[in-house]
Write a protein that binds this ligand. Sequence first.
Ligand SMILES: Nc1nc2c(c(=O)[nH]1)N[C@H]1C(S)=C(S)[C@@H](COP(=O)(O)OP(=O)(O)OC[C@H]3O[C@@H](n4cnc5c(=O)[nH]c(N)nc54)[C@H](O)[C@@H]3O)O[C@H]1N2
Ligand SMILES: Nc1nc2c(c(=O)[nH]1)N[C@H]1C(S)=C(S)[C@@H](COP(=O)(O)OP(=O)(O)OC[C@H]3O[C@@H](n4cnc5c(=O)[nH]c(N)nc54)[C@H](O)[C@@H]3O)O[C@H]1N2
Ligand code: SF4
Ligand SMILES: [Mo]
Length: 683
Amino acid sequence: MSEVKQVLTTCSYCGCGCGFYLKVKDGEIIGITPSQKHPVSQSSLCVKGWNGAEFVQHPDRLTDPLIKENGKFRKASWDEALSLLVKKFSQQAKEGGPDSLAFFGSAKCSNEENYLIMKLARAVFKTNNVDHCARLCHASTVAGLAAVFGSGAMTNSIDEFLDCEVILITGSNTTEQHPLIGSRIIKAAKAGATLIVVDPRKIQLTKFAKFHLKQNCGTDVAWMNGMMRVIIKEGLEDKEFIKNNTEGYEELKKTVEKYTPEYVEKITGIPAEELAAAARVFARSRKSSIVYSMGITQHTTGVDNVKSTANLAMLTGNIGRPSTGVNPLRGQNNVQGACDVGALPNVYSGYQAVIDPKNREKFEKAWGVSGLPDKIGVPVTMVPQLAIEGKIKALYIMGENPMVSEPNTAHVEKGLNALDFLVVQDIFLTETAALADVVLPATSFAEKDGTFTSTERRVERIRKAVKAPGQAREDWQIICEIATRAGYKMEYASAQAIFTELAQVTPSYHGMSYERLEKDFGLQWPCPNLDHPGTKYLHKDGKFTRGKGLFSAIEYKPPVEMPDEEYPLVLTTGRQYFHYHTRTMTKRTSTLERETPECYIEINPLDAKKYHVRKESLIAVSSRRGTITVRAKVSEIIKAGTVFIPFHFAEAAANRLTIDAFDPVAKIPEFKVCAVKIGGNNK
Ligand SMILES: Nc1nc2c(c(=O)[nH]1)N[C@H]1C(S)=C(S)[C@@H](COP(=O)(O)OP(=O)(O)OC[C@H]3O[C@@H](n4cnc5c(=O)[nH]c(N)nc54)[C@H](O)[C@@H]3O)O[C@H]1N2
Ligand SMILES: Nc1nc2c(c(=O)[nH]1)N[C@H]1C(S)=C(S)[C@@H](COP(=O)(O)OP(=O)(O)OC[C@H]3O[C@@H](n4cnc5c(=O)[nH]c(N)nc54)[C@H](O)[C@@H]3O)O[C@H]1N2
Ligand code: SF4
Ligand SMILES: [Mo]
């Protein structure tokens, strides 16, 4: 009998970055135990973590490369699949120019893998058309916070929530989506912290909150301007902090002047007195922290919303100290890392701009190439339209499922079908992979070495615990082979060797190495040199990365598609506890699938009555873009006039309904607001 081996690794679901042991016997994962010493998990995991490896050994795993012939897939050898791919990509680059290609990195994959895919796009195929799902998620944060602070990440650390006096949570269903952060916040509330929840839904945290302000979806700038006006009128702003550490205050002050309590109440639906009371509580504490996520970012005003959260923190001096700050909770296990290592169209790793000739020169030298492209590439969300217009012809997707995750599915489908050549590299045959010309079987997190960077900027190891099924290969090895076949010798002995290169060219990771990451469950960036202990909170003493913090004077703008007579309800979309994104992994995990096997719509009892919707009945829901059928969950969780549908279910995909309208700067979709009606489109 062989022994049980325990392999310490990092959860591959959300950005909390919990650490657990995979228990391995005879080459199989037989269980999971949380790490007791891990700074985030501390002996706990959420239900996804506890069940975080069942999908790894699922019989549906891709085991062989597939090539589509006459509309059907057939198994192929690696040699055949990769030579076809390289031939098509090289030919397309020659005939249509490098920018007729595009590459999607993956927030599910490691830092090493995302670093290599951006190197493949830039150094080998000479295009900056590389991006990933951060575009659908925190693109507003990356752009917004970089503009006002100089750095677009969570400013503080998860443990610091325990010491907060006030926590303002908006657009984050923390206990379901970042459960181990949610439990910290509940602990803080039990120890006396005041919670202010601003969310159109009655999320679990409202039970522990002193305030629950239920705004109309898409009105976040208005309530934040309203709060700031109260704070300034009552002299509760931090005058010293504003004077010493910021610029742009006078314009902000002028702009918020017209956001009187009455005006704000009319836009947001939040009672004026409650908003004012919450604003006072937030401003009076020296340990007030803002927590936000998709409810703030996924709007055509996403960047404005993000900048408003920063305004509020700076106005009250609640930044640059422990237990304060602006804390965007990054979603995927490695979305922070995929951004950090440059799987973005405008920057190399460490947010070094591609338009700066000094940076291009630096990377040309490091990679031994010349002629790195100087034009900013296209973001994920523009690819379907550019494919329809014939400007993008070949697309390589590593670990994303846009057929379920991008807005307006009919349009995405049209775009993917318009491509000449689509490659999908995944661990399952997804809805997107089904449309591909070549499918490449990758390994999961349990079958490879590497690093993930969690929401608190913590770079942590993942470790190979078991062998991959069939012919599946590590994502980084596949990329190396493609680069080499395309004429650029890309060879690494291990993931560690890639990390060593990455750390050399990335200032915030400069002081990190696998040896150092072994100790104390990783390091938090910035970690500029080998003696640096890592950084718990950013912008210490109001010294912002960009110099002075920049106040932004912002006017409220309504969402693009508001309800009207024909489509009278606001649809907001998002997630729930048991499922993860496009469900490729969670539908193959028995405990999780059993809890929520089908899609549903949350609808307020008043609306249920008005539109004759019976509890638990199957109903059609339509927008201008499509119709889906879902189970009615009649519930007070959601405010009247608004409905909520989780986007996990391909069979009843919320994104058949959502609108492909984008923030002008971040190009993030307005997933959180569009207009729908109960019933089909063809009455
Ligand atoms: N179980 C589970 N956990 C996950 C994920 C998952 O799929 N499943 N995904 C991960 C990823 S990638 C991400 S990005 C995070 C996302 O985590 P969250 O952002 O917490 O998740 P969402 O459900 O998208 O939306 C959050 C909240 O926004 C509110 N909201 C809706 N409209 C508005 C609005 O106009 N303004 C404001 N302020 N709030 C609004 C919703 O009511 C909801 O409570 O979760 C991560 N964790
Ligand atoms: N309506 C609506 N739509 C949304 C959102 C919303 O709130 N509302 N939220 C958006 C947000 S925040 C996000 S982050 C996106 C997520 O959008 P996606 O990233 O497209 O969704 P995932 O299901 O996480 O896709 C990840 C894919 O990677 C595969 N995978 C897992 N591990 C590996 C690996 O190691 N290697 C490889 N090659 N593949 C792997 C999985 O099987 C899966 O197919 O969805 C967005 N879509
Ligand atoms: S909180 Fe997130 S990282 Fe932790 S176990 Fe749950 S899904 Fe995994
Ligand atoms: Mo996300």
